[in-house]
Design a protein around this ligand. Structure first.
Ligand SMILES: [Mg+2]
Length: 292
């Protein structure tokens, strides 16, 4: 269900989430690149350029796609056989359905791939409730076919250096919520992600679930963005239930998450605690340099 209908139904929580490596255990685009494209070493070298700001995510991803030696249709079957969902994601979807919590997938991947995988791994019934906002595909002459290697290409969602600037979807929600006069009707916006494709979304929601051991945490900690870590969707479900019921405040979840993260990580001195205001999204200059 698209904006603004999602808001009109007055949910208590709206859950935005990344797809690759967050809902799935492995990143689908990395998988195809490693086994049917230019391979893991070149991909990692490309990632470093994106992380240190030398190359854009959009350009780096296009290079990966250009190296793929399988057509889109074969790629989908390969992924259906090799990619698994987080074992607890289905429980989250069932709970969300029962409690009228909309789930919006914001992905830097491509809609037909995500839709096919959710249909196969989650089932047609459950996936129909999930909104997918991602890049798409376009046919390319002369072959004009998803069944031929050169017959298609990615169609990016927008003109941003990300290809898909995830903040563009979240911002209208945040703006509409800011204008609501009745505080008790304001939904809480949550986001789950793991990596560099999530930087454009990181500042936009009330609380971010960042996957333990991945790049997004480094960025959130440095920028003072409230976050809590997750290992899998069972911990996301636990915390979301508490936020939904009002048993725990966002501040408490974020404070506990930060404490847990610091206990588990190195002795680096902590930055100042984050604020709870939604801020402007990243400008090109603010893009972080994170070590892979
Ligand atoms: Mg990801």
């Amino acid at each position: 269900m698209p904006f603004p209908e999602t808001l009109n139904k007055k949910p208590k929580v709206i859950f935005f989430t990344d797809f690759d490596g967050t809902i799935t255990l492995k990143d689908t685009n990395d998988y195809i690149t490693d086994y049917h494209g230019f391979g893991v070493e070149e991909r990692r070298a490309g990632n470093k350029l994106i992380l240190d700001g030398t190359d854009s995510f959009r350009n780096g991803f296009q290079k990966m796609i250009n190296s793929w030696k399988v057509p889109l249709t074969d790629m989908i079957s390969i992924l259906e056989q090799n990619i698994k969902l987080d074992p607890h994601f289905k429980d989250f979807v069932l709970w969300a359905k029962e409690h009228d919590v909309p789930i919006v997938v914001l992905s830097s991947g491509m809609v037909p791939v995500i839709a096919a995988l959710l249909k196969k791994l989650l089932g047609e019934d459950l996936m129909q409730d999930i909104e997918i906002i991602a890049n798409d595909t376009q046919l390319v002459a002369p072959d004009n076919s998803l069944d031929k290697v050169g017959g298609w290409n990615i169609r990016f969602h927008d003109e941003s250096s990300f290809g898909h600037d995830k903040s563009l979807t979240i911002r209208p929600y945040a703006n509409a919520i800011a204008e609501m006069t009745n505080d008790s009707e304001k939904p809480t916006l949550l986001y789950a992600g793991d990596g560099v494709s999530d930087l454009s979304a990181a500042r936009e929601t009330d609380l971010l679930f960042a996957k333990a051991g991945h790049d997004l945490i480094v960025y959130c900690e440095r920028e003072g963005i409230p976050f809590t870590t997750f290992e899998d969707w069972s911990s996301i479900l636990d915390e979301t239930k508490k936020i939904w019921s009002g048993e725990k405040s966002l501040r408490k979840v974020a404070e506990e998450g930060l404490k847990r993260h610091r206990t588990n990580s190195s002795s680096r001195p902590p930055p100042a605690p984050g604020t709870f205001n939604r801020k402007q999204s990243l400008s090109q200059e603010q893009r972080p340099a994170i070590q892979e």
